[in-house]
Design a protein around this ligand. Structure first.
Ligand SMILES: Nc1ncnc2c1ncn2[C@@H]1O[C@H](COP(=O)(O)OP(=O)(O)OP(=O)(O)O)[C@@H](O)[C@H]1O
Ligand SMILES: [Mg+2]
Length: 347
């Protein structure tokens, strides 16, 4: 068993070049996660300082790997995106979330049994559609299910579940919204809908951490069986920081049958592997005459992941999304039920 205090002591023996203090003391080791045999954290610095911190990352990685009982270490060095000009006024809650440099909580959300992310390398492949309908299928299978829309740049859960209005706060926690048998939280509920979604990397990851850990997903008496997290598309720094700081039990990767999307799916798989999150499987979406078919299954075999199923382009799917309710019955809902059976077997 790796002890958190021991990890912190090892990191504090390495000086931060900027302040001369130990890495944990100086607040450089962000999102430090320690489990029985693993440790990881993120170092996020201005782009100009990345080179100066590369030796620090290497030293930290080497020192942690040398600890007895340590099987996997992941130290990620990433640069802060330059602060964008504030084009929109964010609500007070959202601004509070962006307040810099408070230690970021990375604890698991309490009373949640499993956290499963839905990811894609490429945007627009149907990740949010899959997240919502996968969550609905988990609920049909009898699991208490939550869905978290972590797509800070383009939250779509409010539309797809027909939600609006700010969440209520009670006893220091946000109450998730209830819709279609699911508990739901979206960054889209925390900002005014006409606000442009311009978030810097650290702000985005803090918003996610707060939605994860400060939403009352479950209680001691009624824990949540599964929380489905709709991640923003892509495999850049923002995604890396998010997944490093989020305690994920597994990821489902969505792709279309097209070659470009498949290459991006492979990249996403590699990214999750690097941070020790198992790929539960691939889903091929929009299968059919337009985009082709079969690429997802072949790609899954290539990367050694399970193939969870394909979903044809189907007008019901788009209609359900636009109407603000997940699929509840019919051929497409049955396909999601079959996917859930395979996810449950994989996880
Ligand atoms: N199998 C399908 N059949 C028909 N329409 C679909 C299907 N899957 C997704 N769509 C439609 O495609 C559009 C994009 O889907 P969605 O918003 O889920 O993609 P996304 O990957 O989450 O996109 P983004 O990268 O912007 O977050 C939506 O209008 C959705 O209704
Ligand atoms: Mg989306």
């Amino acid at each position: 068993m790796i002890d958190r205090a021991a990890v912190e002591a090892v990191l504090n023996a390495i000086p931060d070049p900027a302040t001369g203090r130990g890495l944990v003391e100086a607040g450089v080791a962000e999102g430090l996660t320690v489990t029985a045999d693993r440790a990881g954290f993120v170092i996020e610095v201005p782009a100009a300082r990345v080179a100066a911190y590369a030796p620090v990352r290497d030293a930290a990685e080497a020192a942690l790997k040398a600890m007895p009982g340590m099987s996997r270490v992941s130290v990620i060095l990433t640069s802060e995106a330059p602060a964008p000009a504030r084009k929109a006024s964010l609500s007070r809650e959202a601004v509070d979330q962006g307040r810099p440099r408070a230690p970021v909580p990375t604890d698991r959300p309490s009373h949640v049994r499993r956290v499963i992310a839905v990811a894609s390398g490429k945007g627009g492949v149907g990740k949010s559609t899959v997240s919502v309908n996968l969550a609905a299928a988990f609920a049909r299978a009898g699991w208490s299910t939550g869905i978290l829309d972590a797509d800070v740049h383009g939250p779509s859960l409010p539309t797809m579940l027909g939600l609006s209005g700010q969440p209520e706060y009670r006893d220091g926690m946000m109450e998730p919204r209830r819709a279609h048998g699911l508990l739901a939280m979206s960054v889209g509920l925390l900002t005014r809908s006409d606000d442009a979604m311009i978030w810097r990397g650290p702000m985005a990851s803090q918003a996610l951490t707060q939605m994860l850990t400060q939403t009352r997903w479950g209680t001691e008496d009624q824990p949540l069986d599964v929380l489905v997290v709709d991640l923003p598309p892509g495999t850049g720094d923002v995604q890396l920081t998010l997944i490093q700081k989020t305690p994920l039990d597994g990821v489902v990767i969505v792709t279309t049958p097209q070659e470009v999307a498949l290459a991006d799916a492979r990249r996403a798989h590699t990214l999750f592997q690097r941070v020790g999150v198992p790929t539960l499987g691939l889903i091929e979406n929009m299968t059919g005459d337009v985009f082709g078919r079969g690429g997802g299954e072949a790609e899954a075999a290539r990367i050694g992941a399970a193939f969870l199923g394909d979903l044809p382009l189907h007008a019901d799917v788009r209609r359900a999304g636009d109407a603000g309710s997940p699929l509840a019955e019919g051929e497409m809902a049955a396909r999601f039920d079959a996917i859930v059976v395979r996810v449950m077997a994989a996880g």
